[in-house]
Design a protein around this ligand. Structure first.
Ligand code: ITT
Length: 197
């Protein structure tokens, strides 16, 4: 089956491709020259639906979108849906991670707890759509550690991890260790249950 991945974020593509497995022929929004829609909704689910619908209507194919982000408890859930925007037009996540650290220093935060959310939406052209969410909880560490993954991975230590990855940031883990527990994997399990099982 063919599916359009409605993302312009190259970090998400291998993670979603691994979750889909080999039964799917993946086309990316970039390969199809689909424009990047403005994320005007106020929730992860709303923005995931908006991106999936936008890609399905323009491509005529089934589309899968991910809207995700890092929420920090001491910052009242920020950056949340603004996680990509905190990196600025240059999409520089070293800058975004520094911004998180600076905000926490400003308020002398003691609580480093944080969570990632992934909303996954599937939309059919001229048809229905479905959206689900997955969450992984953990804590932040500074300075950033590791150069795997993408985005905020180098400052996030999940609460639960496979034994050999315990205490590592997502940026330090093997991709398979992140995949075992990630917000995206948890959302995908719900999607599979909703659509296939
Ligand atoms: P698309 O909308 O084109 O998919 P985007 O990067 O703009 O790309 P989002 O609006 O969903 O996507 O922004 C999510 C941001 O949250 C993303 O850019 C990362 O910085 C961060 N993020 C999401 N999932 C993450 C993960 O697994 N690891 C690290 N950072 C993540």
């Amino acid at each position: 089956m063919r599916i359009v991945l409605a993302t312009h974020n190259p970090g998400k593509v291998p993670e979603i491709a691994a979750l889909l497995g080999e039964d799917y022929e993946i086309l990316t929004a970039g390969q199809l020259n689909l424009p990047e829609p403005e994320e005007t909704e106020t929730t992860f689910a709303g923005n995931a639906l908006l991106k999936a619908r936008h890609a399905a209507d323009r491509s005529g194919e089934v589309a899968l979108a991910d809207d995700s982000g890092l929420s920090v408890a001491a910052l009242d859930g920020a950056p949340g849906i603004y996680s990509a925007r905190w990196a600025g037009p240059g999409k520089d996540f070293a800058v975004a991670m520094k911004k998180v650290e600076a905000r926490l220093e400003e308020i002398e935060a003691a609580d480093m707890s944080a969570w990632f959310t992934s909303a996954l939406a599937v939309a059919w052209p001229d048809g229905p759509s479905v959206v689900v969410e997955g969450v992984v909880r953990g804590r932040l560490t500074f300075p950033p550690r590791g150069d795997r993954g993408f985005g905020y991975d180098p400052i996030f230590i999940p609460d639960e991890a496979p034994d050999d990855a315990s205490g590592l940031t997502f940026g330090e883990m093997e991709p398979a260790a992140k995949e075992a527990i990630s917000h995206r994997t948890r959302a995908f399990a719900k999607l599979r249950a909703a659509l296939i099982d």
